[in-house]
Design a protein around this ligand. Structure first.
Ligand SMILES: Cc1cc2nc3c(=O)[nH]c(=O)nc-3n(C[C@H](O)[C@H](O)[C@H](O)COP(=O)(O)OP(=O)(O)OC[C@H]3O[C@@H](n4cnc5c(N)ncnc54)[C@H](O)[C@@H]3O)c2cc1C
Length: 351
């Protein structure tokens, strides 16, 4: 895979001992400098990467933050310009432009940082463990709070307990952060007066061992106007109670009226009502919208792990004892096949 080859190439370049250099760097110096591995799409930095910048800011007030964007072509450079002004604390944007990075498999990164941060998504979970293995350090995943530069809080047991972890290993400290715990305003602070310089990463040694174990096949995405599930202000979720893909369309219509994203339980996904990228929960997406509406969802702990941080939770279930009511701010004991059509009828049409 391009990623591993690139990391190796990079390690060779900084060798003889990249890791020991980093250890020396961190042991001799208490200073913090962070590299955020950023994701981008359509010429803009993704909101979850801006959350990673927000997490980086909480490491220390005096923390130079570099953003690394890898990709190719004009969309990458547009995204770099967007990233340069996404937050005043970004001190530098590094651009790795190569056809090898056209697709987000996993990318190379530059040494010399005390911390490397990326959002807890498939991109971050793909690259961070490999980088950690190459550096012989232990990554800390799913961070929800940064107490000090080496003290982090992360959920365990499907979010039922929080664990405070002190990082005592050699540097750099590699973190994935939950973007829902570091929210950013929906409109990014795109102030042109705070533009960080954009620098090209030297990829002259890149390409050695570039034949990897995985290759890009295709990218499928829902052709929809709906907001992204991970960042939506309102999420409407349906459970097994919907009984069929056809019935699940009621949830989609309701979401459309509320300009909301659609979510689903694993039972609904496993039953084939909707694709698995809509699954919310421990093994799905973690969401924390302003409003979460759950229809025919029992509230299993694995589902709650993905939505319990939502600001307002509304649940409709015909079983008054359903566990979802324990986390709901507003609960309605009723039949979704009566409640949803009534809501659809009473809510105004979207313009
Ligand atoms: C390792 C592991 C990981 C998992 N990860 C996830 C995950 O990421 N996300 C996830 O969601 N689950 C996950 N699960 C599955 C989880 O345990 C539950 O099985 C699942 O969440 C149940 O989905 P559900 O609420 O749709 O279905 P059910 O538990 O079957 O609940 C259906 C609910 O609908 C109500 N209902 C039925 N008919 C009506 C009606 N007409 N009107 C109103 N209410 C009605 C019922 O009272 C019931 O409460 C995981 C499980 C395991 C073991």
């Amino acid at each position: 895979m391009a990623s591993v080859a690139a990391l190796r190439a990079l390690r060779k370049r900084i060798s003889p001992s990249f890791t020991s250099r980093i250890i020396a760097f961190t042991s001799n110096s208490r200073s913090i400098s962070t590299l955020v591995l950023a994701e981008h799409e359509g010429g803009a930095i993704k909101p979850q990467s801006v959350s990673a910048v927000k997490a980086a800011k909480s490491l220390s007030n005096d923390n130079p933050i570099s953003l690394l964007l890898a990709g190719s072509g004009s969309a990458l450079h547009e995204a770099a310009a967007n990233a340069a002004s996404c937050d005043p604390s970004v001190s530098e944007v590094l651009v790795a432009d190569s056809d090898e990075f056209s697709h987000p498999l996993a990318e190379p990164w530059k040494g010399g940082y005390s911390h490397v941060i990326t959002a807890s998504g498939s991109f971050g979970k793909n690259i961070l463990p490999r980088a950690a293995a190459l550096l012989d350090v232990s990554p800390i995943t799913d961070v929800i709070e940064i107490s000090d530069p080496h003290l982090f809080v992360r959920p365990i047991y499907a979010g039922n307990a929080l664990c405070t972890v002190r990082y005592t290993g050699a540097g750099p400290c590699l973190l994935t952060v939950r973007s829902t715990s570091f929210p950013v305003p929906s409109i990014l602070a795109n102030s042109k007066s705070n533009e960080a310089p954009i620098t090209q990463v030297d990829l002259s040694t890149f390409g050695e061992d570039s034949v990897g174990k995985s290759r890009y096949v295709k990218h499928t995405s829902q052709d929809t106007e709906r907001p992204d599930l991970g960042n939506a202000r309102v999420v409407v979720t349906g459970g097994r109670a919907l009984k069929s893909a056809e019935n699940f369309k009621m949830i989609e219509k309701l979401a459309e009226k509320l300009a909301a994203a659609v979510g689903a339980t694993r039972a609904a996904v496993d039953a084939g009502y909707v694709p698995n990228d809509l699954q919310v929960g421990q093994t799905g997406k973690i969401v924390a919208p302003e409003l979460y509406m759950a229809f025919g969802v029992s509230g299993a702990i694995q589902h709650l792990a993905g939505m319990r941080d939502s600001k307002v939770i509304v649940a409709v279930n015909k079983d008054a004892e359903a566990p979802i009511f324990q986390v709901a701010d507003y609960g309605l004991v009723g039949d979704i096949f009566e409640v949803i059509p009534e809501l659809l009828e009473k809510l105004p049409e979207t313009k």
